[in-house]
Design a protein around this ligand. Sequence first.
Ligand SMILES: NC(=O)c1ccc[n+]([C@@H]2O[C@H](COP(=O)([O-])OP(=O)(O)OC[C@H]3O[C@@H](n4cnc5c(N)ncnc54)[C@H](OP(=O)(O)O)[C@@H]3O)[C@@H](O)[C@H]2O)c1
Length: 322
Amino acid sequence: MKAIQFDRLGGPEVMELREIPVPELRSGTVLVRNRVIAINYGDTFFIRGTYLVKPKFPDTPGMEAAGEIAAVAPDVTHLRAGMRVAYIGMGAYAEYTLIRASRVMPIPDEMDYEQAASFPIAVLTAWHMLHSCHETKPGQTVIVHSAAGGVGIAAVQIAKAADARVLGTVSSEEKFEMVRKFGADWVVNYETHDFAEEAMKVTGGRGADLILDAVGKPTFEKGLGCLAPLGHLILYGRAGGAPDPINPLALFGKSIKVSGFAVTMMYALTDHHRRALEDVFRLEREGKLTVPIGGRFPLAEAVNAHRYLESRRSTGKLLLIP
Ligand SMILES: NC(=O)c1ccc[n+]([C@@H]2O[C@H](COP(=O)([O-])OP(=O)(O)OC[C@H]3O[C@@H](n4cnc5c(N)ncnc54)[C@H](OP(=O)(O)O)[C@@H]3O)[C@@H](O)[C@H]2O)c1
């Protein structure tokens, strides 16, 4: 089968297309024939060796995809060959991927493979932050940083579906229209404008109830400064570098809180996971949530797709087609 592999750490250039054997079934796994593979910013960390999971060379990047189950280990009884599924799991940049059965999610008949490949990480990350880590309520103000990106644009829609008010930040004017189209009440270019000042202005000096921050160093401290009393900042990434350590005493004044988030651990929390899946499928069915596809690349062009993602010009989800 065709697969992307790399055997040294580095930028997009370390990846290459190779012909390798189809993985063999092991106990507790299924083999998925990938139809659409979604790219995540975390993939750029993985090939550099700075992601939570470290590569074992030669390794294959990729963490989520959708397709059909091609084969099922005898001890897996709730899945069968031919089922349409999405999954979260390592080694997705390939024609076939071996996945632990617990990480595989059957998808609704009406969901196409592009939308299916885009939800296990980006959409569930957005949903859990808004509804598992925080209780997003009507009228609350939510700041979504890098709002035009994969997680960001899902978060804008899920927050709007909860009747929150959303301020999205982006780094260029070209992304404004899109973030507005998906429902943001306000959009700020955080490269040229002070998003914290803007947040204070639009909330009449009260500040934001929730900030979803995967940018890190450039936005974290400023975010703490524009939280409302009892406000909550969730740090879930560091595209702009790790933030400086905070002094916990700085949280006292407005009774604010900071928390972290990793979507991978949510799969073990079965009640949260089930609730998230049901709600995400409902929102998609009701037309309240669609992941815009910002680019489709053949699998062989993974290098170009990563370069595009890292350029900060991409919007929505970028996909690889095997
Ligand atoms: N903790 C978790 O479980 C989890 C799960 C999924 C994703 N994440 C994190 O969430 C973030 C978004 O992931 P994604 O896959 O949806 O990617 P993405 O948002 O589609 O792309 C990354 C975006 O980050 C913004 N950015 C800000 N500073 C940047 C910098 N210095 N260099 C490059 N980009 C920068 C860019 O948007 P602007 O130029 O408009 O700012 C860029 O488009 C990433 O940081 C990722 O690691 C975390």
